[in-house]
Design a protein around this ligand. Sequence first.
Ligand code: PAF
Length: 303
Amino acid sequence: MNITVIGQGAIGLLWYHRLTENSKNHVSLVCSSRITSVPKEIKFTNINNITSSKALISANNQILAHAELILCCVKSYHVAEAIMSLKKRISSNAIIIFCHNGMVNFKQLPNLPQTCYTLLTTHGSKVIQPFHVQHTGLGHNDLGLITGTAQQEKQAKMVATLATALPSLTLSHHIKEKQWLKLAINCVINPLTAINDVENGQLLQQKYHKIIDKLLTEIISVAKYEGMQFSLDELKAQVLSVATMTGKNCSSMRSDILKKRKTEIDYINGYITNTAKSLHIKVPENEKLTLQIKALELANCQH
Ligand code: PAF
């Protein structure tokens, strides 16, 4: 398959590396315009700690025009910009897959003629140095249609290609529910670990249970308006199970704050806060955490 990966972050380079393992795939990369010098090679450290290098093929306009699959692996706040820059350069027959944390409101983005999917991953990877990523944890991918119509043959080819490159993968017909589940997990783990400057596993302590319950109760009330039914006990069990499994990890938001980068708060607790506002529901705890993270971002900018 002709595949273009957008984004040189941890997930983008993980897919780039794994997809190039299959010689039937022609894989290229689009880096952010903020990158001033793109190297000729990328480095990849696999799950067994073995490091290898491979050529980095940058996507030019000709490659982009022939891409059958576009994997958009940019941060949620760069999705709109990535779409705008690609829109005129890709075929309307291409499939676009969005892979990011948090919830992007696709209704607010320009209409795309392409069939679009979202991919939720629990694989762990981190950037060790620019253009060198490490696969830190095996996980699972959930893929689901978000806009357009699925064409069975094309969809089957795409699923087989992705599942071979980075197993395991499920094509989900309940992707919206899975997106909300991931959102709830992110709404708890990301801001609480960032504000308290702790590893994910620390959230299992009794002192965090009250705030976790409050956050989840608010999220459940907003999700209900989107047709999602969650029980507090089940949702909390899922959140605590992810905190246990990723116990020693530094969450993405904590690591953004520590590295003085912009966070995805507007697409996580900010998404809950804004949706709640439009529904005239009160979500004080989610709002409070959103403001606290924004204050930390601001303090980082001023130093
Ligand atoms: O954003 C993250 O760090 C991850 O999605 C998660 C699940 C919170 C674990 O660290």
